[in-house]
Design a protein around this ligand. Sequence first.
Ligand code: AMP
Ligand code: ZN
Length: 119
Amino acid sequence: MSTPKTEADCLFCRIVAGDVPAEVVHATERTVAFRDINAQAPTHVLVVPRDHYADAAELAAGDPEATAELVRTAAAVATAEGHPDDYRLVFNTGAGAGQTVFHTHLHVLAGRDLAWPPG
Ligand code: AMP
Ligand code: ZN
């Protein structure tokens, strides 16, 4: 779990590697942030760790510092997009909760009213 990992057939590993194009808006030592291809809000950015972990809990267990950096990056993205105080962070975990890409990603949503509870 502590070894940096990539998976050849993982879409987000391929985006991190630059093998699949994405609109990258922020990058740090451990994270990359890029726009969601199917935006659900004026700002909809995905922040991913450079290393492959399947979900947020695996990342937190394997690399706590990267988990914190994910949140710091998300806040920096929201601020850069003009929404420093009002944004939503989401980790969908498991297919039943809507996770479709099994490389940890933190959704950053902002720029419109965000209802609660989410759908
Ligand atoms: P989730 O459903 O939580 O696993 O989120 C996966 C997200 O990845 C969805 O919001 C998709 O729109 C997004 N997505 C899928 N393919 C790409 C891509 N090539 N570039 C950017 N975002 C993508
Ligand atoms: Zn991956």
